[in-house]
Design a protein around this ligand. Structure first.
Ligand code: FAD
Length: 413
């Protein structure tokens, strides 16, 4: 089948959701994926907003069957102090929990379910070139592992190639991000001391040093993902190779040292760097970009898979409408919508790294309503215009910081 309605590039969460939606609409769809699954990819903590998409695409049950670790909130830790957000106590209506997942298994579960519905998925098949025509159709060249090539005609392409950034790279659409470049060193470890600690299965973000933080993402099988994120200078200032740097970081924090000081690896520390990327346009004649290809900000609030699922869910609905003859206003219906969510998180990411959120998270006597509103942003409900931390995100955070400063500097009775 090399004459199809929609070609989906990539079989990550964005690719699976896109393929499921196009298939559901009755159009023909084919997925091409560079890797053989299961494959490792980072991005292990989901947000409740993902659940709505998994439910609507009928993929929720396939994920439930994997028995992943449930995630009920966001917990931040600094020098023994804890700031806790529970998704069951939030402002926006929505899901109150989600999962912490080994992505290799999660992504495999999604694409296997999509394949079982009759969608053709070609693994180890890489897109190497695309030609678009006047009528918006395209001819895509793919190369298989054995070096053979095939050309696929499609009426439309959904680019869900994540860090591969296929269309932005082929057509020079990439733009530098306005976030500082950062680096992560991470590993999967046997978390044998998990039960010696409070809430052993909770995800925790540890504020490690100014501009540096640690993720702790426990999985249901006793393995935990641990990663350090900071500037290049921070990691350069630590001696040794990646393993030594990782161990030095562990030993530099009391909680981490107790829990992971005698760490044994499931896989040894790996690094990722300068991941923030964006592009000039999220769509064009004959294609739409979804998931990480649109924009990836930063790992701190675990927003990556949420954006991948929400953007591909919306994009594929619009593609189906368009191919059935509707006039789609992509700027308004897609770009504007996605940017609204991305910009809300961008403000929060910047506030995390400039210290604003630390002051807010650890302020004394937080207002319960404000806490619920912030909790909804952390759950991924970044399109709820009733929430001031969504509607006027920058102003709301600045205003709150000012209020906290005034309260903390006013004389106590
Ligand atoms: P991907 O999952 O990257 O899938 C894209 C697929 O396209 C891949 O399988 C790839 O092989 C395929 N592909 C690429 N090029 C081609 C080609 N030429 N031809 C065919 N196929 C191709 N997100 C979270 O939600 N939670 C987190 O806790 C989190 N932590 C992170 C930590 C770090 C350090 C970083 C850098 C990111 C983190 N993320 C996190 C983000 C997360 O990794 C991504 O947002 C998410 O994987 C995006 O999904 P996707 O489907 O868009 O892309």
């Amino acid at each position: 089948m090399n004459n199809i309605d929609v070609l989906v590039i990539g079989a990550g969460p964005a690719g699976s959701i896109s393929a499921a939606m196009i298939h559901k609409s009755g159009l023909s769809v084919r997925v091409v994926e560079r890797e053989k699954f299961p494959r490792f990819v980072i991005g292990e903590s989901l947000l409740p907003r993902c659940m709505e998409v998994l439910e609507d695409t009928g993929l929720l049950e396939a994920v439930k069957a994997k028995n992943f670790q449930q995630k009920s909130g966001a917990k931040f830790m600094k020098e023994g102090r804890v700031s806790d957000f529970n998704f069951s106590d939030q402002f926006s209506e929505g899901w109150t929990w989600t999962w912490q997942v080994q992505r290799a298994d999660f992504d495999l579960a999604l694409i296997t379910e999509v394949e079982s519905r009759g969608v053709r998925v070609d693994f180890e098949t890489t897109v190497t070139a695309i030609e678009f025509f006047e009528d918006e159709s395209s001819l895509t060249t793919v190369q298989r592992k054995d070096g053979t090539e095939e050309q696929i005609n499609a009426r439309f392409i959904i680019d869900a190639s994540g860090y591969g950034r296929v269309i932005p790279r082929l057509f020079n659409l990439d733009k530098p991000s306005n976030l500082d470049p950062r680096k992560a060193i991470f590993a999967h470890v046997n978390d044998v001391h998990r039960n010696d600690h409070d809430e052993p299965n909770r995800i925790i973000a540890v504020m490690y040093a100014p501009g540096v933080w640690t993720w702790i993402i426990p999985f249901s099988n006793g393995v935990t993902s641990v990663g350090f994120v900071g500037s290049f200078e921070f990691f350069d200032s630590i001696d040794g190779d990646q393993i030594e740097k990782f161990k030095t970081c562990i030993n530099g924090n009391e909680y981490l040292k107790k829990r992971f000081g005698d760490v044994t690896w499931v896989f040894e520390p790996r690094k990722l760097e300068a991941w923030s990327a964006t592009t000039d346009k999220f769509y064009g004649k004959g294609f739409v970009l979804t998931g990480n290809v649109t924009e990836f900000l930063d790992p701190i609030f675990s927003s990556g898979v949420m954006f991948a699922t929400v953007s591909s869910h919306l994009a594929s609905k619009l593609v189906a409408e368009k191919l059935k003859g509707a006039n789609v206003d992509w700027d308004h219906a897609y770009t504007h919508f996605i940017r609204q969510g991305v910009d809300t998180f961008r403000t929060f990411v910047m506030a995390w790294y400039d210290g604003t959120l630390e002051k807010i998270f650890f302020s004394t006597n937080p207002d319960p309503l404000i806490k619920r509103q912030i909790c909804s942003v952390l759950a991924g409900y970044v399109w709820d215009q009733k929430n001031p931390f969504v509607r006027t995100h920058e102003k709301a955070l600045k205003g709150l910081l000012k209020l906290i400063d005034i309260q903390e500097h006013s004389p106590q009775p």
